[in-house]
Design a protein around this ligand. Structure first.
Ligand SMILES: N[C@@H](CCC(=O)N[C@@H](CS)C(=O)NCC(=O)O)C(=O)O
Length: 204
């Protein structure tokens, strides 16, 4: 299995999940648009995005929630996705919200306003809107964790989506983490396998 990543990108959530699972994998740096290596990367993943997982049979898997679900399903003993239908759909609902709304509609507006509005004069408004979406997601997670260690009764794949968003908030000073989200982030970051895996990204 190979994980294509970019340092500090949302792929850190899948990287952390693989580290937590202890699943053997090869870590391969992808390429950013506009670099000479990008065309070659698009032959691996035509979407040109990370995370991208090459499975042991050579097939490509993309989209964070789907990669996370796949990894949880092939490691059933770790119980990172509930086996009952209600538990499963609630974990998927939260994972999807964190990635598709909080990241893609919120954080991306703050960091890359030009993707949403070509004119510089609109960028401040785009960023402000994005920050509202991002913060609303962090606040929703804050309320959901209250009194627990994880978003649900036990650790699940949704925690790894929140992890990368909280990590971005911490590293880039975007949005504000409440005490539950901060403790949740620190709980995952303090796991040696996870921290070492993410720190290694700078060296690959
Ligand atoms: N819907 C995709 C989104 C992935 C995504 O947007 N990844 C970003 C990194 S956080 C990326 O590859 N950006 C490269 C670029 O467009 O410059 C998923 O869930 O995996």
């Amino acid at each position: 299995m190979k994980l294509y990543f970019l340092p500090g990108a949302c792929s850190i959530g899948i990287h952390a999940l693989l580290a937590e699972l202890g699943h053997p994998f090869e870590l391969v740096r992808a390429a950013r648009p506009g670099t000479p290596e990008f065309e070659a990367y698009k032959r691996v993943n035509p979407k040109g995005k990370v995370p991208a997982l090459i499975r042991d049979d050579g097939s490509l898997l993309t989209e964070f929630p789907v990669i996370a679900l796949y990894l949880a399903r092939i490691n059933p003993d770790r119980r990172l996705i509930p086996t009952d239908a209600e538990g499963e759909i609630r974990v998927l609902e939260m994972t999807e919200y964190l990635v598709s709304t909080v990241h893609m509609q919120g954080y991306t507006r703050v960091r890359r306003p030009e993707k949403f509005a070509p004119s510089d004069s609109d960028h401040a408004a785009v960023k402000a809107f994005g920050l509202g979406v991002f913060q609303a997601g962090l606040d929703r997670a804050e309320r959901q964790i209250d009194g627990k260690e994880w978003l649900f009764d036990k650790m699940s794949i949704a925690d790894f989506a929140l992890f990368y968003l909280a990590h971005w908030s911490t590293v880039n000073g975007i949005g504000a983490l409440g005490p539950n989200c901060q403790a949740h982030h620190d709980r995952l970051w303090s796991r040696g396998e996870i921290r070492r895996a993410i720190e290694r990204e700078a060296t690959v």
